[in-house]
Design a protein around this ligand. Structure first.
Ligand code: BDR
Ligand code: CA
Length: 311
């Protein structure tokens, strides 16, 4: 079977970085490009971090810089979780490569128009600004996307950046609304599943024990961001959010979810960016997304460690 073509849209972020490594280490996936967006840290840093991660993997992939702010809001960042650079932890060398020419939104549009219809899966791991801008500027691409598999939202876990909202959706709720209403086949990996995907001490040790640069990077990034998460959640380890998207592409059998209606709150200040997920089917509104709720976390971490060890 030929490899699934994907574009990773991302705001690295240590967990984004692990997701990129997982994708680049997996022969079932053909990463056509990486598009960066402002989110965890401002755009110049997310772009630089993406370049560093590709170089760490030793797999050159074009990295296109995208939108530097949400559609209608001021940018909210998360240095309190990810550190000043967004990729605090192991010290990586300055990137030796430059971002690819062309804005990320143009790359998305041009690639989707050039590739066979419905052959490219979009994998957003940050605020949805680039994807929404591409859909707004070139509505014809909606029919050409195979599907969107994204990290974002929450129902049972409600929120992490506010009591009501998950970070990626909160930062650019208008963009999220465009994506969820696009008619494209959307699968969301929300906090409900990522909070079951914990980097416990033995799982972190498995990366460190690889004795490779990639293994050391994954362990040191986790050490960095889990200081914050462990204190916040009081759990055994930090949630590893974004790699679940790539895990889902590789092994959907490890996940369970429901096809439901998901609407995005854009009007209220109090609940801005809430994913109003009709898990119980009470609204009568038509389903527009597959909302994942369950994961075989041991199976997922077995996959992740196997793949990172190949780098
Ligand atoms: C999401 O927000 C970011 O901080 C992470 O990279 C992840 O994409 C989790 O809410
Ligand atoms: Ca992210």
């Amino acid at each position: 079977m030929s490899a699934q073509k994907i574009i990773i849209d991302t705001d690295p972020g240590q967990d984004d970085a692990v997701a990129i490594l997982l994708a680049l280490a997996s022969p079932e996936l053909d990463v056509l490009g990486i598009t960066t967006v402002a989110g965890n840290v401002p755009l110049p840093l997310t772009t630089r971090n993406a370049l560093q991660v590709c170089e760490l993997a030793g797999r050159p992939v074009p990295v296109h810089a995208g939108c530097d702010r949400p559609l209608k809001r001021h940018l909210v960042t998360a240095e309190h979780v990810h550190g000043k650079t967004g990729l605090d932890g192991i010290a990586l060398p300055d990137p030796s490569t430059e971002p690819a020419p062309g804005h990320a939104v143009d790359f998305l549009i041009d690639t989707l128009r050039a590739e066979p219809p419905r052959s490219v899966t979009l994998c957003p791991l940050g605020p949805l600004t680039n994807i929404a801008t591409a859909l707004r500027d070139a509505p014809d691409i909606a029919d050409r996307v195979a599907r969107i598999v994204l990290m974002g939202g929450a129902y049972f876990e409600v929120g992490n950046i506010t009591p009501a909202a998950e970070f990626n959706i909160y930062v650019d709720p208008e963009a999220a609304e465009i994506v969820f209403r696009s008619g494209i086949d959307v699968t969301a990996l929300p906090l409900d599943v990522t909070h079951k995907t914990l980097m416990t001490a033995p799982r972190v040790a498995a990366f460190r024990d690889m004795g490779t640069r990639a293994g050391e990077a994954v362990a040191s990034w986790t050490d960095f961001f889990e200081r914050f998460d462990k204190e916040k959640y009081g759990s055994d380890g930090a949630p590893l959010h974004d790699p679940t998207v790539i895990g889902y592409l590789l092994r959907p059998d490890l996940f369970t979810g429901r096809r439901i209606n998901v609407e995005i709150e854009t009007l209220s200040d109090l609940t801005r960016g809430m994913t109003v997920a009709d898990w119980w089917g009470v609204s009568g509104r038509p389903a527009n997304a597959t909302f994942i709720g369950g994961i075989d976390a041991d199976g997922f971490f077995a996959l992740l460690t196997d793949r990172i060890a190949r780098l």
